[in-house]
Design a protein around this ligand. Sequence first.
Ligand code: IGP
Length: 576
Amino acid sequence: LIPPHTRPSPRRLHSAVATPELTKDEAGHLLGFGDASHEPSTLQQIDAACAARADALTSNDLQKLEEQIKAIDEELGPPVSPSGNVRRDSDGKDVVAVAAEFKRASPSKGDIALDADITDVASTYAKAGASIISVLTEPSKFSGSLEDLLSARRAAQKVAESTGKPRPAMLRKDFISRESQIIEARAYGADCILLIVACLTRSQLRDLVASCKRYQIQPLVEVHTEEEMQLALDTEGVEFIGINNRNLHSFKLDMSTTPRLMAAAAKHPNYSDELTFASLSGAAGRSDVDELNGSTRCVLVGEALMRAPDAGALVNELRYPSATVATKRVLAKVCGVTTAEDAILACRAGADLIGVINVAKSKRYVDAAQASDIVDAVRAFGEREQRWAPSSHGSLDAWADALRTATDRGRPLVFGVVQDQPLADVQKFVEGSGVDVIQLHGSESLEYAEALQVPHARVLHAEPSSDIDAAAADLAAAYEQVASAKCCLVLVDAAAAGEKSGGLGAPFDWRVADVLDAKHDIRGLVAGGLDAERVVDCAAAVPNAVGFDASSRLESETRTKDLTRVRAYVAAAKGK
Ligand SMILES: O=P(O)(O)OC[C@@H](O)[C@@H](O)c1c[nH]c2ccccc12
C-alpha cells in the first residue's frame, strides 16, 4: 500500500496515461495515451478518485475485510458463477439471461431513482428471474455503496430460499483497478466485479483477473471498441465479457456496438464457445434484445428497469421472445407541457408522447423557442439525435405500430398542437421547434396537412349526442375526408358546444370511440378530461384504444404539471 503522502493525486494519476515508460502495447488503448496535454475524461476522473479511495485502505482495513469474507461465506454460503447462471438461463437463441442493475443515478442521466430501496428492488429482480443483479457501488456519481451490495445479496438470497430457485449472482459495478477493491467486493457479497478495459493497462487487467481467481470472484470484463475486445481476449483467465454500447468517455450510446464487437471477437484466435458475452447499456425493451439477434446470451439493463412501473414484468419481457408478449403497448400522451422540466417529469413518469400547444388562445400556449427547449430536453432524455423520420404507412394501425416502435425504449416523441393557423406559420413552427409530429386541432384541409414537412395527427371532435352509432359514423365520415398516408394518429376528443377548442377537461361518451373501432376500423388515442381515475374506466370502455391523452387534470396549477398526477395517470393508462 502506498503511504498517504506519496499517493498520487487523481489528476496526476491520469497523467500516467502519458508516461513514456508505458508502451503502446500496454496502454495504447487508453484515451489520451502519449498525449501530455490530455485532460482526463469524466470516466478517468471517476476512476482516479476510486483508485485513490482504494489506496487509502490500510492493512488493518484489509485484514478486517478478509475476516468479513469468512463471515459472509459462513452466513450466506460461497460465491456462485455469474457466467454459469447466464448459460443456464439462456438458450443461445431467443431466451436471454438478464443482468438487472440497481442504479440510483448516473453521470450521463443524473438522478434516476434516488429514493429507490435496494431490498425491494433486489427482491423484485430475484423473483422475476434475473440471472445477475448488478449493483452500482460508486458513491459520488452513482449514489451507490457497498452496503447496497450486501443488502441486495441478502434480499436475493432470501427470495431464493423461499422460492427454492437458485439465487442470482451479484455483480459489484464500480471502477476497479486495485486488488483491495476485489477484496471489498467479496466481503460485501459479490460473486462478480466489473473490470473496465478503458481504465486499465494490459498488465493491470492481467493482474486483476488473476486476483479475482484467488478471491473466487469472476470478472466481467467490459469493452467498447474492437481494440479493447482484442485485449480482453488476449488476457488469460477471461471468461465473461461485457460489450458496453455506451462510450464511457463521451456517454454516447450506439446499440450497434454489440453486434460489431461480437463479429470482431469471432476472429480472435482465443475465441471459443466457452466464453460468455453480455450486452451492456441502452436496452429498454424486448425489441432491443431482438435486434441483438442472439449475438449475446445476456443483456444488462439498468435505467429502464429502475424507471419501469413494473420491473419484474420488464425482466420477463426482456427474457422471452416478443411473440409470447401478446398485448400491444398502450401509448400515454401528456399534453399541454409548457416547460422542459415538466417534459422531463412526464418522460420519467413513462409518457410516450409529449404535447406542446402552439395555439395562441390556449392557456398552455408555447412559442417555437419554448417548444424547442422542450424538444431538446425530450430528445436528450431519449438519446434521440434527430427528429423522428418515419416512412409513410398506409394504415392507422401500421402507424400505431411505428409510434410504438419509435417510442419503445423510453424515447418519447413531441407533438406540436396547432389550430387553423396559416400553413406558413406552422411550417415555421416545425422548423423552429423541432417537433416530431403536428397535431391538427381545427378544420385544416387534406392539402394543408400533406404540405407539412412532418407527419400529422388528426383530432376528431365527438359532439354530444344520444345516438352513439350516429356519432361514430359522423366521426368516421369526417376522417374519410382528410385520411392521408401522412396521418400517423387520430385522437378522439370531446367537442365544446359548437366550438372545436379541445383542452376542455371534460370527457365525452367513450362508447363512441369503441364503436369507431368496432364498426369503422378506426383506432386512436382517447382524450378529454382524463386523469388516473378516469383513464381506467376509459380503457375499459375502449379496449382497443391505441392510447390516451391527458393535460389539464394532470396540473397542480395552470401550465404546471404535477408529478404525482402524471405518474398515476401514465401508470393507469398502461394498466399498471
Ligand atoms: O442503464 P443502462 O443504459 O441500462 O446501462 C446499464 C449499465 O450497462 C451501465 O450502468 C454501465 C455499463 N458499464 C458501466 C461502467 C460503470 C458504471 C455503469 C456502467
